[in-house]
Design a protein around this ligand. Structure first.
Ligand code: SF4
Ligand code: SF4
Length: 97
């Protein structure tokens, strides 16, 4: 069983709780229709550090071939991933209709 974050100050990587829905398909329906902005990853800057993956509240970021990738069907556009990326590899852009 994985520990709660509030109970520990340091972690090994294996102890970090998994995201809410890392595997696509756990969410039952596309819920991004109301999003007004979207995060866009600059793969030239991304080093695959997984910080955005760990902080995304919807669990829609995965690491593919060493780079972050976003499932836009379920991303709600909250912008947390852009805030947390120290390399500024994620920018928030206006949603394209
Ligand atoms: S936090 Fe930034 S550098 Fe790290 S994986 Fe996400 S986009 Fe890439
Ligand atoms: S904008 Fe929010 S929901 Fe979308 S990928 Fe970033 S942290 Fe996750």
């Amino acid at each position: 069983m994985r520990p709660y974050i509030r109970d520990k100050k340091t972690f090994t990587f294996d102890e970090v709780p998994e995201n809410t829905s890392f595997e696509a398909g756990y969410l039952v329906s596309v819920n991004s229709g109301w999003r007004s902005v979207r995060p866009v990853i600059d793969t030239g800057k991304c080093i695959g550090c997984e910080q955005c993956y760990l902080y995304c509240p919807d669990g829609v970021i995965s690491i593919e071939a060493g780079k972050a990738a976003i499932d836009y069907d379920f991303c709600k556009g909250c912008g947390i991933c852009a805030k947390i990326c120290r390399l500024h590899a994620i920018t928030i852009e206006e949603e394209r209709k």
